[in-house]
Design a protein around this ligand. Structure first.
Ligand code: ADP
Ligand code: MG
Length: 399
């Protein structure tokens, strides 16, 4: 983490104005926030700055208003939820720059917190317009980025501000960067990656990067079918991207020359219809899948073998469920392997980092999310990091 300034590098912030980029792109239903995870993620940063006497201005985007004021996407709607998580009063400011913000800063006392309006109401945000960044910066003394989940975007408040104000990684950003560094930047070997999910096409770049980085690549989910089919296995009517056969072959050959062992399931769980506990459910060798069957999960013996692979590893990075885990019993492989990874992590022999929307849901479903070393809720940014890309919001924070 020495490559980034953190809150530890801040001097006296009493009376100083902090612009803190957070993730308030919260799931809402009927005007109410349904999940406050993202607020809680930035709570340590916000309260630390407030308790040190800074005036804290929160910056965030919400939805896709495309450069216009859209009243249903105003951040005024999340003020109540932020107040109840923080246990503090929070002021709402209907602008991000200019006199209204200036006057609000004048009213705020040290330790007070305000939410500025949805940054995407201004066209300059997504264009990363330096004029917008300068106008926002004009009312503040320093910038803290605590939104790793938005760091794959080079926008005015995720990237531009770091060039016009002293910039620091917030606590949540710092934890994420630390965890990712341990998982792929400078990992303890051997390293295993689990990549699952529906489609190879959505994670091609992830696979291409990982085969050059990890010692073991475990492929599950719908994407395993594409690899199996490329190797001549009949996958019946499974979800499969047959047109990607040669791409899959290419990835396998890069893996081989890079010394990465690729693990594909040799036993699978199949059914003729995709439904909970279907009558046609059975476990099959991959070579015995019938024309009218679908592969919906990795089979139990294969999962046990994968667990043995994890036992030889010191680091694990996981994205994508091994099966159609939302429907019982096709969650079995994901749950079993997640529990093995969790147990190894608890014993302290495995550093485990996982991310991805459905992956986080699957690990929660398995009841093991708390045992992983780090769970990233960052979605797109996490995937871009798994592709080996430097995220612009992170790069801008480098010293
Ligand atoms: P994440 O959101 O963690 O990146 P993905 O969105 O790539 O993960 O993939 C998750 C989806 O993949 C889940 O909805 C799951 O049902 C689906 N899936 C996994 N295995 C299969 C399979 N064998 N057949 C069809 N869908 C599958
Ligand atoms: Mg998903």
């Amino acid at each position: 983490m020495s490559a980034f300034r953190t809150l530890d590098d801040l001097g006296d912030v009493q009376d100083k104005v902090a612009l803190v980029r957070v993730d308030l792109n919260l799931p809402m239903q009927d005007g109410a926030v349904t999940d406050d995870t993202r607020i809680r993620a930035s709570m340590p940063t916000i309260l630390e700055l407030a308790d040190k006497g800074a005036k804290v201005l929160l910056l965030a985007h919400f939805g896709r208003p495309k450069g216009e004021r859209v009243s249903t996407q105003s951040l005024s709607m999340v003020v109540g939820a932020v107040e109840s998580v923080l246990g503090r009063e929070v002021m709402y400011v209907p602008e991000v720059a200019g006199d209204v913000v200036k006057q609000s800063v004048g009213i705020l006392r040290p330790g007070d917190i305000a939410i500025l309006e949805n940054t995407r109401f201004w066209q300059g945000e997504e264009k990363n317009d330096p004029e917008l960044a300068k106008a926002i910066a004009a009312n503040a003394d320093f910038y803290v980025n605590d939104a790793f989940s938005a760091a794959h975007r080079a926008h005015a408040t995720t990237e531009g501000l770091a060039h016009v104000l002293p910039a620091y990684a917030g606590r949540s950003m710092q934890a994420e960067l630390d965890a990712l560094e341990k998982a792929l930047g400078n990992p303890t070997r051997p390293v295993a990656a689990v990549v699952g999910g529906a489609k190879v096409s959505s994670k091609l770049d992830v696979l291409k990067h990982l085969v050059t980085q990890v010692d073991h690549l475990i492929i599950g989910g719908g994407m395993a079918n594409t690899f199996l089919a490329a190797r001549g296995v009949n996958v019946g009517k499974s979800l499969c991207e047959h047109d990607l056969a040669s791409t899959a072959e290419g990835i396998l050959s890069v893996a081989e020359s890079a010394g990465c062992t690729v693990h594909l399931p040799y036993e699978v769980v199949v059914a003729k219809e995709f439904a909970a506990n279907p009558a046609s459910l059975r476990t099959s060798n991959v070579h015995e899948v019938a024309e009218d069957e679908m592969i919906l999960d990795v089979g139990p013996s294969s999962v046990e073998a994968l667990g043995d692979v994890l036992k030889t590893c010191r680091t694990l990075v996981w994205n994508g469920p091994l099966g159609a885990f939302e429907t019982s019993p096709f969650d079995a492989a994901t749950v079993a392997l997640a529990r093995t990874a969790a147990a190894l992590s608890r014993e302290g022999v495995l550093t485990s980092v996982a991310g991805g929307g459905d992956t986080v849901a699957a690990l929660n479903h398995a009841g093991v999310a708390g045992d992983f070393t780090y769970i990233s809720t960052a979605g797109g940014a996490f995937l871009e990091w798994m592709e080996g890309r430097e995220l612009p919001g992170v790069a801008a924070l480098r010293q």
